[in-house]
Design a protein. Structure first.
Length: 278
């Protein structure tokens, strides 16, 4: 194994560790405060959908001979750049997102005080169900294609690879919007109180290393379609880091030391539209 192969493996292990550990600070902070105030369920809820899609697509790219063969036919004989650490990360992310979401939906079981942020916004619910409908529509198109199991027609016809791409794009869509509700909440509260900055710092570090690993892998294959053929992984690092920078500016510059408003607006709902907590 050459130096670059070792470097790629090291990047993979390190970014998986950084991203995996980043899931712990928020639920631990919520548990320590006995409250989810200052945050919203939108983030962990949509994360559950995103990591479910990411896990399914990664497993298909890694384990399915048919998907790998169709990928090779479409991308000049190359193999997917998905590695086992991507699968491990997706499974762990799904589990921790579900645990965090349970703190909002089952706050009484956790011994938490009720918070307006325990109810998902219409924006996130719309994205959630829109993604599900989109994937189902693509599955029906693929099922109706006579060449769906073909490797020779993978370039020009609808095949199972397209269904896997549709599922993987759910994670891409989720990544593009999942932090938006929390950015708005922090802006309305003029504070980042309740939102863990440690998870953001870990996520930022993981994003840099993820892009570095993808670049090394593509260089080793002497073809940058390793990036274009795996747009979700490439976008994960870039988009997440942009949001991370926004959160860092909010925490360390705009609202540094701020404790928030006396009555925090913990959800995307306006103050006159907040749902009553039973």
């Amino acid at each position: 194994m050459g130096f670059l192969e070792v470097l790629s493996a090291l990047f993979g292990v390190t970014y998986t560790a950084a991203w995996s550990v980043s899931f712990y600070p928020q639920p631990m902070l919520n548990f320590g405060r006995k409250s989810t105030s200052g945050t919203t369920v939108d983030f962990p809820l949509i994360n559950c959908l995103g990591f479910t899609a990411y896990l399914v697509s990664n497993m298909a790219f890694y384990y399915s001979p048919l998907i790998r063969a169709q990928y090779a036919a479409r991308y000049k004989g190359l193999t997917p750049t998905v590695q086992f650490n991507d699968i491990a990360f997706a499974a762990h992310g799904l589990l921790l997102s579900a645990v965090t979401a349970s703190q909002y939906f089952y706050y009484r079981a956790w011994g938490f005080a009720p918070s307006p942020g325990n109810k998902p916004s219409r924006f996130i619910l719309g994205i959630f169900f829109g993604c599900v409908v989109g994937v189902v529509a693509v599955l029906f198109i693929v099922l109706g294609s006579p060449e769906r199991d073909s490797t020779h027609e993978a370039v020009s016809s609808w095949v199972w690879l397209d269904a896997i791409y549709a599922i993987s794009y759910v994670k891409l869509i989720v990544t593009l919007i999942k932090y938006t509700p929390q950015v708005i909440v922090n802006h309305r509260n003029r504070s980042t109180k309740g939102w863990s900055i440690l998870q953001i710092l870990l996520d930022f570090s993981g994003g840099i290393l993820s892009i570095a690993q993808l670049g090394v892998d593509s260089y080793l294959q002497h073809d940058w379609s390793g990036v274009t053929g795996n747009p979700v992984k490439f976008a994960l690092g870039n988009v997440s880091m942009i949001y991370d920078l926004i959160f860092m500016i909010q925490h360390y510059v705009l609202y540094r030391g701020a404790d928030g408003k006396p009555a925090e607006c913990d959800s995307l709902l306006g103050a006159d539209e907040e749902r009553r907590i039973d």
